[in-house]
Design a protein around this ligand. Structure first.
Ligand SMILES: Cc1cc2nc3c(=O)[nH]c(=O)nc-3n(C[C@H](O)[C@H](O)[C@H](O)COP(=O)(O)OP(=O)(O)OC[C@H]3O[C@@H](n4cnc5c(N)ncnc54)[C@H](O)[C@@H]3O)c2cc1C
Length: 395
C-alpha cells in the first residue's frame, strides 16, 4: 500500500467524522481523517441528548468530565405563564458541552485509536469509481476503498451532486451570543439544574444553555419575517430584552462574543450514499436547533455508516451502494420523527395543546420525553408510531 492509500478517507473532523473514523479504526481499518480547520475551533451546538451516550461509550469517551450535567428541557411561554419540563434524570443522562473543547477531545481520541489525521487541509474534489476513490485536497492526492463525507453544512458531496433539498417552514436564521453571568440566586439555579430552556417569542424562540464556568449560550431563532428596521444586533437585543426572565438573568452579565449568525440550515441531502461513498452528520441533513438533535444525528449516522462499511470492507463489496440501505432506513426513521416534531412546533398548536397541557396522559408525556431524549429507535413508543403513521397516510 502506498503512503497515500487508505481503506477509508473521511473529510471533516467534527463529531460525525471523528466518530466514523474512530469506529473504523477500532475495527482495524486504515483511516485518513482530513479536517479543513484546526482544533480547537469554535462551533455552535452545545446542548446534547441522552442517546449520544451509547456512542460515546463505544468511542471510549467519558463525557461526564468537564461538561455541565443537563437535567432536561424546559419550554416556557412568558406571555401566558405556561411552562412544561421534560426531565432526563433517572433513565437518561446527558450534558451541555463546549464544542471547541469536546470536538478536540473527539479528534484526539480518533488519533489515539490509530486514525491518521490531517488538519488545515481541505478536500476539494472526490471521484468515486468502480475500483477506488480518488481524493484531492489543497495539499495532496489520496486513494482509498471508500469515502465518507462528514463536512457538516459544507455538504461537499450534496453540493457537488446538486442533491441538497431545502426543508421549508422551520427556523430561518439564528442569532446567538455567549455571556458570563453575574452571580445571583437565579444564575446559581440555572447552573445547578443545567436545563436547556426554550422561551417562545412571537418571531420564533430563544434558547438558553448553561455551560461550565458560569457561561451561558443565548440564541434567537427567527422563523417569521423579521422587521426591516432592525439590524441583526438590534433584533437580538430587542427580543432578549422582551423576555423578562432573560433580561433578569443577563443583568450584570459580561458579553463574551459579538452576535453570530447562522442561516439556511434546514435541508436534506437526497443522495446520502452511492458507489463507494456515504454522507453522515450535517452532510446528510440538518433540521433545526429547537430539540437539540444535530449532534445526536451526527454521531448516530456515523455509527450506522461505519458499522455497515466494516462488514462490507471485510466482504470486499464496499463498492455496492446498497450496503448502506438498512443504516439509511434507520436514519430516516429518526430524522422523520424529529422533523414531524419540529414541524408541529413551528406550524401547529402542539406547544399549547400538548406540551403545556395539564391533563395530558402521563404515558404521552413519557413518550414525548423519549423522543426529546433522542430515543428514536426503540419499539413501542405509541406517540412516535402515531406521528410516523400520520406521515405515511399523507404520502
Ligand atoms: C444555530 C444552530 C444551533 C445548534 N444547536 C445545537 C444544539 O444545541 N445541539 C445539537 O445537538 N446540535 C445543534 N446544532 C447542530 C450541530 O451543531 C450540528 O448538527 C453538528 O455540529 C453536526 O456535526 P458534523 O460533524 O456533521 O458537522 P460539523 O460539526 O460542522 O463538522 C464538520 C467539519 O468538517 C470540516 N470541513 C468542512 N468542509 C471540509 C472540507 N472540504 N475538507 C475538510 N474538512 C471540511 C469543518 O471544518 C468541520 O470541522 C445547531 C445548529 C445550528 C445551525
Amino acid at each position: 500500500m502506498s503512503s497515500n492509500q487508505y481503506d477509508v478517507i473521511i473529510a471533516g473532523g467534527g463529531p460525525a467524522g471523528t466518530t466514523a473514523a474512530t469506529l473504523l479504526a477500532q475495527y482495524g481499518h486504515s483511516v485518513l481523517l482530513i479536517e479543513r480547520d484546526e482544533h480547537p475551533r469554535f462551533h455552535i451546538g452545545e446542548s446534547m441528548l441522552p442517546m449520544i451516550e451509547p456512542v460515546m461509550d463505544r468511542l471510549g469517551i467519558d463525557w461526564s468530565q468537564g461538561n455541565l450535567r443537563k437535567g432536561g428541557a424546559e419550554f416556557i411561554d412568558e406571555a401566558t405563564g405556561r411552562r412544561t419540563f421534560f426531565s432526563f434524570e433517572g433513565i437518561y443522562r446527558t450534558f451541555q458541552i463546549e464544542r471547541s473543547v469536546f470536538d478536540k477531545k473527539l479528534f484526539d481520541n480518533a488519533i489515539k485509536h490509530g486514525v491518521k489525521a490531517h488538519q488545515k487541509e481541505q478536500v476539494t474534489s472526490v471521484q468515486c469509481t468502480a475500483d477506488e476513490v480518488q481524493i484531492s485536497t489543497n495539499k495532496a492526492q489520496y486513494q482509498g476503498r471508500y469515502f465518507i463525507d462528514a463536512t457538516g453544512r459544507n455538504a461537499l458531496m450534496g453540493k457537488t451532486q446538486g442533491s441538497i433539498n431545502k426543508v421549508n417552514n422551520l427556523g430561518k436564521f439564528a442569532l446567538y451570543k455567549h455571556y458570563k453571568l453575574a452571580k445571583s440566586p437565579e444564575s446559581d439555579m440555572v447552573f445547578a439544574q443545567g436545563n436547556v430552556q426554550v422561551f417562545l417569542a412571537d418571531i420564533g424562540w430563544i434558547w438558553c444553555i448553561p455551560l461550565v464556568g458560569g457561561r451561558l449560550s443565548v440564541g434567537l431563532v427567527v422563523q417569521k419575517d423579521a422587521p426591516n428596521d432592525l439590524k441583526q444586533d438590534a433584533l437580538f437585543k430587542h427580543y432578549i430584552n422582551a423576555s423578562a426572565r432573560m433580561k433578569a438573568l443577563l443583568t450584570g452579565a459580561e458579553e463574551l462574543s459579538d452576535v453570530r449568525v447562522e442561516a439556511d440550515f434546514s435541508y436534506l441531502n437526497k443522495q446520502r450514499y452511492g458507489q463507494r461513498f456515504a454522507c453522515c452528520g450535517d452532510a446528510a441533513g440538518f433540521l433545526d436547533p429547537v430539540f437539540s438533535s444535530g449532534f445526536l444525528f451526527a454521531v448516530k449516522t456515523a455509527e450506522l455508516v461505519a458499522d455497515q462499511l466494516h462488514e462490507a470492507l471485510l466482504l470486499g463489496n464496499e463498492a455496492d451502494p446498497e450496503i448502506q440501505n438498512s443504516g439509511d432506513e434507520a436514519y430516516q426513521r429518526g430524522f422523520t420523527t424529529m422533523y414531524l416534531m419540529i414541524e408541529r412546533f413551528y406550524c401547529t398548536d402542539i406547544m399549547q395543546n400538548l406540551f403545556f397541557e395539564q391533563d395530558r396522559h402521563p404515558r404521552i408525556k413519557k413518550e414525548i420525553e423519549a423522543i426529546l431524549a433522542g430515543d428514536l429507535w426503540k419499539e413501542g413508543n405509541e406517540f412516535q408510531k402515531g406521528l410516523l403513521a400520520g406521515r405515511s397516510r399523507k404520502n
